[in-house]
Ligand binder design. Structure first.
Ligand code: SF4
Length: 439
């Protein structure tokens, strides 16, 4: 797993009576070279103290190695249907104490969340596929600057009653949602692959999916931790999806995460083991020499890895103010910084800021042209972009926006090929109709 050196480790006392959870915890502790006696065990009524300590925790910025230092909380998922808002501990928090994520500390974590419903995508203007995302972990083991759970995160909360989670929650989801063939296991900000093989969640998830015809699981990573894949019992049920930046962009955006080159080396291992690999250049950051930087990355990627699909997403979800707050803009292409500054008003309510449409299109066009030199037949896509961007780019990408092969959609099995489902198209059409209605 990812090298983690948490300042503190907490564990819910309820785990002690669950042998499955204790086995998983012991694996984590062994790898981190910690003992059970290093763990601060808390009873549910003590969770407020834990949550308060997490809120007060601060990253020691003088430690430069980029390893995870945030406290880890091992907890027990609540799977009996009770809700956080009915829990007396959550209902009456102390008024004078700042708390961090008390419900999750107590194990109130949703086993799945529904993303990209057509009506939601129509609001955000994103073209994607509706999908139920699975998840257990809250927080992330990386330290990326663009994400609230990365460098700004205060904890990594890992539920350990995995057998119970799969039996009570995920089996039901698989049974009740035959339309969904491929499940993204992503948690809440988490890069789940970086916690394997100690967590052991994928082994059990894939075993469960193997009981069904044509069901698969994705991991979505910006790490290089893949050795656990080789000996999975059902690795034929796994699909690997990566977010990738050029080495120069990653140094600014993802300090502490592995370099692009080591992620590519990890992808090459998956190819060797016959596990499909799909890559999104995401988030694309226009550093000063972005053309050279990304051209080099693309050349290395296609030289070493056979991809099923290849996609692009600019840096999005951001305002100009946020951009200038987290980056030294002197390190970025000045034409992009100026375009973002000039477009502040236009982009202020957009999910696709800070760069306006024309500048994002400039990125995509260059990258697609560059990648085509190496991959004449690979399906290209833009990820969570607008209808307008699809209208402009679909010829260059070689795909239709209503039926595009991409990275982590719910119906695209290995091959890549669409699997039989009642979901047969992306949200492009409904987005477009809603834009036209709004005039
Ligand atoms: S890869 Fe496809 S399904 Fe996954 S987020 Fe992007 S557009 Fe949506």
């Amino acid at each position: 797993m990812y090298a983690m050196e948490p300042d503190k480790i907490y564990a819910h006392k309820g785990l002690k009576s669950n042998p499955d959870a204790m086995t998983r915890m012991q694996r984590f502790l062994d790898t981190m070279e910690r003992r059970e006696s290093d763990v601060d065990w808390f009873a549910p009524e003590d969770a407020v103290r834990v949550s308060g300590e997490l809120a007060a925790w601060k990253l020691d910025q003088t430690v430069p190695d980029g390893k995870l230092r945030q406290p880890i909380v091992f907890t027990r998922l609540v799977l009996d249907g009770s809700k956080a808002e009915d829990d007396p501990i959550v209902k009456s928090p102390p008024k004078d104490l700042a708390l961090h994520n008390l419900p999750s500390v107590l194990g109130y974590i949703q086993p799945f969340t529904f993303h990209h419903a057509p009506e939601k995508d129509a609001e955000t203007g994103m073209v994607c596929w509706p999908s139920k995302f699975l998840g257990t972990v809250v927080g992330c083991s990386h330290g990326c600057v663009y994400c609230g759970t990365g460098r700004e995160g205060k904890s990594l909360i890992i539920p350990l009653n995995v057998h119970e989670y799969l039996d009570k929650a995920i089996r039901k989801i698989a049974d009740e949602n035959p339309w969904q063939r491929c499940f993204l296991m992503i948690g809440f900000g988490a890069d789940m692959a970086t916690l394997e093989p100690e967590y052991g969640l994928y082994e059990d998830l894939l075993n469960l999916l193997s009981e069904y015809e044509n069901r698969y699981a994705y991991f979505h990573s910006n790490g290089d931790c893949v050795d656990w894949v080789e000996n999975l019992t059902h690795r034929e049920r796994l699909i690997g999806v990566w977010s990738l930046c050029s080495n120069e962009a990653a140094a600014l955006l993802e300090p502490g995460a592995p370099s692009a080159s080591s992620r590519i080396a990890a992808m090459a291992k998956l190819c060797k083991w016959g596990v499909p690999v799909r890559v999104k250049l995401k988030p694309i950051l226009p550093v000063r020499n972005w053309r050279e930087s990304y051209a080099k990355l693309i050349e290395e990627l296609f030289h070493k890895v056979k991809l099923e699909t290849f996609g692009f997403t600019s840096l999005i979800w951001m305002t100009y103010e946020h951009l200038t707050g987290i980056f030294d803009t002197d390190l970025l292409d000045p034409t992009f910084v100026e375009a973002a500054r000039a477009a502040q008003e236009e982009m202020k309510d957009s999910q696709h800021g800070p760069f306006p449409h024309e500048k994002r299109a400039e990125l995509y066009r260059f990258l697609a042209t560059e990648a085509r030199k190496h991959a004449p037949k690979t399906p290209f896509f833009i990820c969570t972009e607008t209808c307008e961007m699809w209208d402009e780019m679909s010829a260059e990408l070689g795909q239709s926006p209503r039926h595009f092969l991409c990275g982590c959609n719910p119906v695209q099995g290995p091959g890549p090929r669409y699997l039989e489902s009642t979901v047969t198209e992306s949200n492009y059409r409904t987005n477009k109709e809603s834009r036209e209605k709004a005039g």
